[in-house]
Write a protein that binds this ligand. Sequence first.
Ligand SMILES: Nc1ncnc2c1ncn2[C@@H]1O[C@H](COP(=O)(O)OP(=O)(O)OP(=O)(O)O)[C@@H](O)[C@H]1O
Length: 315
Amino acid sequence: MIATRKPVIELRRLHRFFGRTKAVNDVSFEVYPGQVFGYIGPNGAGKTTSMRILATLDLPTAGDALIDGYSVINDPDRVRRRLGFMPDAFGVYANVNCREYLDFFARSYGLRGRERRLAMDRTMEFTGLDVLAEKPISGLSKGMKQRLCLGRSMIHDPAVMILDEPAAGLDPRARIELREMIARLAKDDKTILVSSHILTELAEMCDVVGIIEQGQLLATGSVADIQRGQLTHSRVRVRVLENTEGLANWLSEKDGYSEIVTDGELLHFSHVGERAEEAILLKEMIESGFRIAEFGARHSTLEDVFLNVTKGRVQ
Ligand SMILES: Nc1ncnc2c1ncn2[C@@H]1O[C@H](COP(=O)(O)OP(=O)(O)OP(=O)(O)O)[C@@H](O)[C@H]1O
């Protein structure tokens, strides 16, 4: 389905260096219409830098980034019209209420008359800010401020939205609401690039994720693909009706099983490999005459996968 379509967001061998810091170092990926792409990496990985280049707020040292086929270097105006950028930190003016704030951006995008009123109504309704229209921004909660910032980035109804760590600092309810808003935007056929340093925060809402560290993309694909590409780390717990020590000795002669510990009827061990190997192991245990009453494994979580892919390097 995707292969025949043109990408809406495209990074082509993007580089951005600040002195000796390689903030973005040869990053390429594509995002297709209607996709939500999760851009995940630890602090300082290069997410904001690449997003700012896409938003035409900075220029690459080398390479290019395209929105709907238009280059951020050669066609920044066309890029801006098609794109809404929600920065990780945004400034607000004192003594301005929500309606005035959004109206300011609507005017900045050149919306006039009925078109502007419709854009305001649509945005206020979408973000749930209609009930808070007259409230001064200074009195808004963090979650409401994020809604306002999302509203500001969608006021001109862009096809592409770039959201830089929108969930940072939000409480669980605000996070869920944000996730629902992103899902609604995706359903409206927006193409979305959303960043976070927490994989689990994005896993559910993204079709594809890209993991970046030290300016380099380490992995891209669906969360399931990335998980599959990793060897599973699991801690296995077996309850055997007798001869636990015998089972421990039997297991210690096999490759790939470590940290073997016995505790009465229980045997614990670690396994690094493919999950299917555990099913084969269980079958072999039974065939070797061990009376297995329980067999359970705790597999690595998404967070573990993220930690495995990245090395925690900073520059
Ligand atoms: N204007 C700048 N001048 C010098 N170095 C910069 C500049 N902007 C970013 N950097 C450096 O580039 C690297 C990448 O930073 P960037 O803000 O893109 O990371 P990030 O993945 O968005 O991190 P965070 O999650 O902390 O926002 C960091 O080492 C940062 O210090």
